[in-house]
Ligand binder design. Structure first.
Ligand SMILES: [Zn+2]
Length: 374
């Protein structure tokens, strides 16, 4: 069994044991006995199928079996070459190498990364993976997903959301055999430790190991910028009923600049974006709480497709009305994002009113618990 599979197996064994143990939340939150055997690291694919990249640092190089094969210092090119991987011109006839730096984070191109950099050779191309502790990963993502000035309890909420998302993906939905998560909006935007600051580190440390669970498993969680007043159910938006993703009234996100928005689009610009000659009429078909589809000159377009074509940052959410004004169409909307799960501006609003991150999570996600996994 290779190392990756072995680690994943150990992780599953842990989760199995974890799920069999009697749940006493207080005990879970206090105890640290669960840390043994749980490999809380993640692999993030930071480059896929590249010919070469620049790496900088003072690093030890090991092979697949953790055997030290060399050491390098400075800035050097790592490249896929015939039958192996070249590091600063020296060829290693292996299909995987790992760079480890004890003190200073390694740099890939111009970005710094905590943890290790693994390089895999596949079909004469390189796959570059950052392997790091889940906690360090969460420190790197939360300021990409949250506004830096939000109150600490909102950042703690975001830290638990980001950690839960990562654990869930690693367990149930890894991106490839080489890595668990992509560094982009596909998963969570991650570009190393450049985005960390004092309060994000504080928020992550204060919630160390905390994961949202539903029954005995990490919950599949969703969040979005601003609900605009109503959180919609997953049953309505994705036609999939999830027990924790229910419809509810959110009075907390009014400070968001996208709580209400308006966009004026020229009919000719709209036509261009939709790839048609002209647009004469636009109307909407609403579901229970949000727009289900947009009808353009009699042709029905699912709302997400419509937003994708016109622009996710033009039509900010799936909750809007449309009217015609001369040769323009006016879109008036509420909120930003899909409207399911946690409303991020709402969690900032709740935190500003003195709610803690457990109260915030339990308000938005029905029937969940927050448990310390390690
Ligand atoms: Zn809201």
């Amino acid at each position: 069994m290779d190392l990756l599979k072995k680690s994943f197996f150990l992780f599953l064994v842990f989760v199995h044991v974890f799920s069999l143990s009697a749940f006493n939340v207080d005990e879970m939150l206090d105890g640290d006995g669960l840390s043994s055997g749980f490999t809380h690291f993640l692999r993030i694919g930071i480059k896929t199928e590249v010919q070469s990249f620049m790496l900088e640092g003072d690093a030890q190089i090991t092979d697949r079996n953790e055997k030290v094969i060399s050491a390098v210092q400075g800035r050097f090119k790592v490249a896929a070459v015939h039958g192996g991987i070249s590091v600063g011109g020296r060829v290693f006839k292996v299909d995987m190498i790992k760079f480890t730096s004890e003190l200073i984070p390694l740099k890939v191109e111009d970005r710094m990364f905590r943890g290790e950099i693994e390089v895999y050779l596949k079909n004469a191309k390189l796959i570059v993976v950052n392997k790091l502790d889940i906690e360090d990963y969460v420190k790197g993502v939360i300021n990409k997903e949250a506004i830096p000035s939000w109150p600490i309890e909102a950042k703690k909420t975001q830290a638990v959301l980001a950690r839960t998302f990562a654990v869930y993906q690693k367990m149930f939905n890894p991106r490839s055999e080489f890595f668990d998560l992509a560094p982009t909006v596909l998963d969570q935007v991650y570009d190393g430790l450049g985005k960390e600051d004092m309060t994000s580190v504080e928020a992550v440390n204060a919630t160390r190991g905390e994961v949202i669970t539903l029954g005995s498993d990490p919950a599949k969680i969703y969040f979005h910028s601003t609900c605009g007043g109503t959180i919609s159910s997953s049953a309505e938006i994705w036609k999939k009923d999830e027990p924790h993703l229910k419809e509810l009234h959110c009075p907390y996100c009014t400070k968001s600049s996208l709580y209400r928005w308006k966009r004026n689009l020229k009919a000719s610009d709209l036509a261009k974006k939709l790839g048609v000659k002209s647009v004469k009429s636009v109307s909407i078909v609403r579901g229970r709480t949000r727009v289900d589809s947009v009808v353009v000159d009699g042709k029905k377009i699912p709302v997400n497709k419509f937003r994708e074509l016109v622009g996710f940052s033009v039509i900010w959410s799936n909750d809007f009305t449309v009217s015609k004004s001369g040769s323009n169409f006016v879109f008036s909307g509420k909120g930003a994002g899909h409207g399911v799960g946690v409303c991020q501006w709402g969690m900032a609003g709740m935190a500003a009113q003195g709610k803690n991150h457990y109260e915030i999570l339990k308000f938005y996600l029905k029937g969940i618990e927050v448990r310390k996994m390690y």
